[in-house]
Design a protein around this ligand. Structure first.
Ligand SMILES: *Cc1c(COP(=O)(O)O)cnc(C)c1O
Length: 220
């Protein structure tokens, strides 16, 4: 198997190439290395190779791995990319530097309470149910304006929109729709694109690509 450093180089080159094709600057796109299910020993080589932004999808798993890693790599940015239960909002606000999965009024309320209590205001993406698949989480497009207004009222820092398009069909129309919705709502961030489609997402305006498999290999 290739080394983590080689895989990181390859992903970075693919990002740079997609940016060139799209006429964008490479520093407009943040690579979020999604390390869910992978142990600290698999994460260390990427840290050593210079990767500084990581994503996890479970609060508890991240609480187990990251405090120790962060003692050695304090400048790491940790992003939550998975569904967040309201009863974990305070733990999430304490641990993460960015949350990509704000998707419902009860979670806006829970995160606002947690941010008020801790004094940590964590930037959030609102996850949109872009393919009308409610089981995946995400706010229905028709409810987006109200949710954004509620989050702004609650002084949650909003940085953009996030989506996970349906599996097995061409993702480009969904990325284009997320880009349009973000523009309509005056949001600069677009968290979209995973291992199989991040170049397409970059062509369509992604600012954050969430890449796991292409960096770490398959999850078991
Ligand atoms: C696991 C996960 C990713 C990374 O997926 P890969 O296909 O392994 O790159 C991205 N986003 C979310 C929300 C995930 O849960």
């Amino acid at each position: 198997m290739e080394s983590a450093a080689t895989r990181l180089d390859e992903v970075r080159e693919r990002i740079a190439h997609a940016c060139t094709v799209a006429g964008r600057e490479v520093d407009e796109v943040t690579l979020v290395a999604v390390s869910k299910t992978h142990p600290a020993e698999a994460i260390e080589p990427l840290l050593q190779a210079g990767q500084r932004v990581f994503g996890e999808n479970r609060v508890q798993e991240a609480q187990g791995k990251w405090p120790t890693l962060r003692e050695r790599w304090p400048e790491v940015g940790l992003h939550l990319v998975g569904t967040l239960q309201s009863n974990k909002a305070e733990d999430a606000v304490a641990l993460f530097d960015c949350i990509h999965s704000l998707d419902r009024p009860s979670l806006v309320a829970a995160l606002a309470r947690a941010m008020d209590k801790t004094g940590r205001r964590v930037p959030c993406f609102v996850q949109v149910d872009i393919g009308e698949e409610p089981q995946k989480g995400g706010c229905a497009i028709g409810d987006l304006a109200a949710l954004l207004a509620q989050a702004r009222d609650a002084q949650i820092p909003l940085v953009g929109l996030m989506c996970v398009p349906p599996l097995g069909i061409e993702p480009a129309p969904f990325f284009a729709l997320l880009d349009k919705l973000a523009g309509d709502h005056g949001l600069a961030g677009r968290s979209m694109g995973m291992s199989g489609d991040f170049e397409t997402a970059i062509m369509l305006g992604a600012t954050h690509v969430r890449v796991g498999t292409a960096l770490f290999g398959a999850r078991t």
